[in-house]
Each structure stands twice: as structure tokens, then as C-alpha cells.
Design a protein around this ligand. Structure first.
Ligand code: SF4
Length: 281
């Protein structure tokens, strides 16, 4: 209760600031605060997932980030949280802050300033002698680039981790669900690269959508399991989740939340294949 109350106070505080890049959110799953880093306040992404919660999502280039401003916003957020630790005791910090997460309103690794931003965050944490997990939530589409690989190596050196999106069991599902024309096999190669650089969780949204009056659930299990087959000893595990919040995309009307039992069916199948699985509805 204390942590949630503190988050409400932090939310009230941030509402009085004009932060562009830093957005603390309450993590229902972790029951703590996740400090989000948004490198796409212009809502542009190279993918167009049907369940995406970003309003006004568009395709387009990443904006230039004011790194000094981003650093100031992060420092102010950490100042506020540190003041609570002074008030309530230092043991509060670790349960209160779950992570600093690159997520936001577009794909973080498409930003040409992703590496620089990661470096700034690393310096801020070092300077404050804070140990906070840094997490990259990515669609994995830029893993072929050397500078992104280098950033993920730096993330590993920081003790961070990657959540890598995989929502499909076929090329057609990648097009239908993610709006990506990347073949699934190529996406899996990128996952392979990611796993070789840093601790990586696969993150999968299980989605039901109406196609010609029929309800289709993706990813289709046979293709999804086949794609993942060689990854039992490479990925840290698999995060399965349904659509907790409504999609802001045109396809929203065709989507339906899946029952918790459907997510559990996927989890059972994946555990039988030797994967560690965490399921959220
Ligand atoms: S990759 Fe993320 S931000 Fe981009 S469209 Fe998909 S859900 Fe939205």
C-alpha cells in the first residue's frame, strides 16, 4: 500500500512537470515503479502492431532527443524518489523502483541517440551509486546494426536485460499482427544475436482478432513453438501476456482479449518444451 501511495504522489508530482522523455508508471506485474524512457515523443515507430496502445501512432523517423533535458528529467525523478528513501528508509528503494525501461511511444533502438542515452543513464546511476535494473523493451528490428549490438553489449555490462518481441508463428502473422514485412526466420536470427549479447526474455502478446467473421488467435502455436525450438538454452524465458489496455489502432474493433485459460494453455505448452514462462493476463 505504501509503495502504491508513493507512486500516486510521484504521479501528482510529474503532472506538475513538463517532462518529455521520462514517465514513471506503476508496474502491475512487479508492484513497483518503472521509470520509462521515451525516445519517441512524436509517436513514430517502424512497426505498427494491431494492439499498440500509442495514440496517433505513425511511421516515420525518430526525432532528435534533447539529451540534456532527458538527463535533467531523470535526475529530478530520482531526486524525488531518493527523498522518499530518506523519509521512509533506504530499504524502500529496491522494492519501489523496479527498473529504468526503454519503451515509450516507438522502437527505442531506431533512435540514433539510443547509445548516447544509455550511456547517460549509466553515468547517472554510477554517479548516484544506485543499482537499478536497466531494461530494453524492443521489437528487435535493429539488431543487425553494429551500433545497436554495441549498445546491447553495454546494457549487458550494466547488468541489464532485453525484452524481445515475438508475436508471430509465421511471416503472415508478423505482417498481420506487427505490420512488419520482416520474415520470421530473419527475426529469429536477430533474437539469436540479441541472446548472444545480453540476457534476453522473449515477450509475446497473445491476441484474438476477427478475420472474416472468424476469431483467430495468434501466435499460432505450431509455428511459434517451431520458431522457438532452438532457443530453450538461449533465452532467459518467455513473458506471455494478453491485451490489458485497449489498442489505439484502427484494428482495435476487431480485437478481443483472450481468456486467462488461453494464456495458460500457451504457458503449459512452452513449459513442456523446457522454457521458463511468466504469464500475465
Ligand atoms: S513495436 Fe511497440 S511502439 Fe511500435 S507499434 Fe509495436 S507495440 Fe507500438
Amino acid at each position: 500500500m505504501l509503495l502504491q501511495a508513493l507512486f500516486s504522489e510521484l504521479a501528482a508530482y510529474t503532472a506538475t512537470r513538463d517532462w518529455q522523455y521520462v514517465y514513471p508508471v506503476w508496474s502491475r506485474r512487479a508492484q513497483g515503479i518503472s521509470i520509462g524512457i521515451n525516445l519517441h515523443p512524436n509517436h513514430s515507430c517502424n512497426w505498427h502492431c494491431i494492439y499498440c496502445q500509442v495514440p496517433g501512432l505513425q511511421r516515420g523517423p525518430s526525432p532528435m532527443i534533447d539529451i540534456a533535458r532527458l538527463q535533467t528529467e531523470l535526475e529530478h525523478c530520482l531526486d524525488w524518489i531518493s527523498a522518499q528513501a530518506v523519509k521512509h528508509g533506504p530499504d524502500l528503494l529496491s522494492p519501489l523502483i523496479q527498473d529504468i525501461a526503454f519503451a515509450g511511444d516507438g522502437e527505442p533502438t531506431t533512435s540514433p541517440q539510443f547509445n548516447q542515452t544509455l550511456n547517460v543513464i549509466s553515468q547517472v546511476l554510477k554517479h548516484r551509486q544506485l543499482v537499478i535494473l536497466v531494461r530494453l523493451i524492443t521489437n528487435g528490428s535493429q539488431l543487425q546494426h553494429a551500433h545497436v549490438q554495441h549498445a546491447i553489449q553495454c546494457l549487458h555490462a550494466l547488468g541489464g536485460e532485453v525484452w524481445f518481441k515475438l508475436d508471430a508463428g509465421s511471416d503472415a502473422e508478423m505482417r498481420a499482427v506487427n505490420g512488419s514485412h520482416v520474415p520470421l526466420a530473419l527475426h529469429m536470427q536477430r533474437l539469436h544475436t540479441c541472446c548472444s549479447l545480453c540476457r534476453t526474455w522473449v515477450q509475446t502478446a497473445i491476441v484474438s482478432r476477427k478475420v472474416y467473421q472468424q476469431l483467430v488467435t495468434t501466435p499460432s502455436l505450431p509455428g511459434y513453438i517451431t520458431a522457438l525450438q532452438a532457443y530453450q538454452d538461449k533465452v532467459a524465458g518467455i513473458l506471455l501476456y494478453g491485451i490489458a489496455r485497449p489498442s489505439q489502432q484502427a484494428a482495435a474493433a476487431s480485437l478481443q482479449p483472450v481468456a486467462a485459460s488461453v494464456i495458460e494453455d500457451y504457458a503449459v505448452e512452452l513449459r513442456a518444451q523446457g522454457f521458463q514462462v511468466r504469464a500475465f493476463d
